[in-house]
Design a binder for this molecule. Structure first.
Ligand SMILES: *Cc1c(COP(=O)(O)O)cnc(C)c1O
Length: 360
């Protein structure tokens, strides 16, 4: 068996040690004589797994005690609706459009109230983050919404917007646990786990308690009410138990590396290897403004679609998988999430160097 270096944007690479542990526990989890997939979600065996996962996440992110952690289903995309349904008390929200995911969230919110786009980087195909220091935010806006790391375009916020006292909501799907964040600066941060945290099927919401109320838009489904999920401790109905178990293992893996400060350092080192190569290459070019470069998703092009296709095919043959760019951007994209080892990035850069010389 040979594992490849998987640069997929999501579902994405998981730590090998986590997969090995899960494999070892597949038939008999800790002497219980069954797999985590076969357990009742109401059993102590499973609620211990859930409680420990939540506690480890709280430790890693330093989540304040007045924030709830919810393990939900429906992916990040379902939160695009759940957020306005739960938070649009005045039916007004401000969205900053920095890519496809922010745009989708914005379009969804428009179905529930007066959602406005107050800034956008669409004019330059989302290759930068707009100035967010002094935006036109309504006094009665319910929240300001951002997508913090733009998975498709490869940009990230270097500072949070000045929300003028309004609640900040952030989609951190593709930068979840990649570096420390100050949770207290947000009303709600959330992310689908399949980019950086675990197997597809869960979205984690970290939400300030005072926002969890019965005062939601009429017609909000029971399952989408934050209060339902918070009151039931994420066990209102059957959760994706196995996926939560794997997320818990990933939390422990990050703890074992030294937590989020250590994770950030590793991610910065890995990203620097690839960006330094791009900056010195005559063939390959990064596509976004340097200041806003993502640590997680690195799009690049040769400027020649045929050469791009050749590169992707030859890389694949060398065990460097899923380097084709998103269909809306073209070229290549290397997603170098937490679980991508440094040697994987080094292997990619060596291959790019060889390809450049051979095709000069
Ligand atoms: C992948 C992604 C999404 C969509 O996630 P789903 O779980 O598939 O709905 C949303 N936002 C960002 C930033 C993403 O990277």
């Amino acid at each position: 068996m040979a594992r490849v270096y998987n640069f997929s944007a999501g579902p994405a690479v998981l730590p090998e040690s986590v997969l090995q542990e899960a494999a070892a526990e597949m038939l008999d989890y800790k002497g219980y004589g069954m797999s985590v997939m076969e357990m009742s979600h109401r059993s102590k065996m499973f609620t211990d797994i859930l409680d420990e996962a939540e506690q480890d996440l709280r430790d890693l992110m330093g989540i304040p005690s007045n924030y709830k952690v919810l393990f939900l289903q429906g992916g990040a995309s379902q939160q695009f609706a759940a957020i306005p349904m739960n938070l649009m008390k005045n039916k007004k929200a401000e969205y900053i459009i920095t890519g496809n995911w922010a745009k989708k969230a914005f379009q969804e919110a428009q179905m529930y109230g007066d959602a406005r786009a107050i800034a956008s980087s669409a004019d330059k195909t989302f290759t930068y983050i707009p100035d967010v220091s002094d935006l036109d935010i309504r006094d009665d806006a319910d929240y300001v919404y951002i997508c913090q790391n733009n998975t498709i375009y490869g940009t990230r916020y270097t500072e949070l917007p000045n929300t003028k006292g309004k609640d900040l909501v952030s989609d951190i799907s593709s930068c979840f646990l990649s570096e420390p964040i100050d949770v207290s600066k947000y009303a709600l941060v959330y992310g689908g786990v399949q980019k950086n945290v675990g197997p597809a099927g869960i979205v984690i919401d970290i939400i300030r308690e005072d926002l969890i109320t019965d005062d939601v838009l009429p017609g909000t489904p029971t399952m989408l009410k934050f209060k339902t999920q918070a009151d039931a401790g994420s066990l209102y109905n059957t959760p994706p138990c196995y996926n939560i178990y794997i997320c818990g293992k990933v939390f422990k893996w990050i703890k074992s590396l030294g937590g989020l400060e250590a994770m950030k350092k590793i991610n910065e080192e890995k990203a620097a290897i690839l960006y330094d190569f791009l900056d010195n290459s005559k063939m390959f070019k990064g596509t976004v403004e340097k200041k806003y470069r993502s640590l997680m998703n690195v799009p690049f092009v040769t400027g020649d679609a045929d050469l791009d296709a050749k590169f992707v095919a030859e890389a694949k043959a060398c065990g460097l998988e899923n380097l084709k760019g998103h269909r809306t951007v073209g070229g290549m994209r290397a997603s170098i999430y937490n679980a991508m080892p440094k040697v994987g990035v080094e292997a990619l850069v060596q291959f790019m160097d060889k390809f450049e010389k051979e095709n000069a």
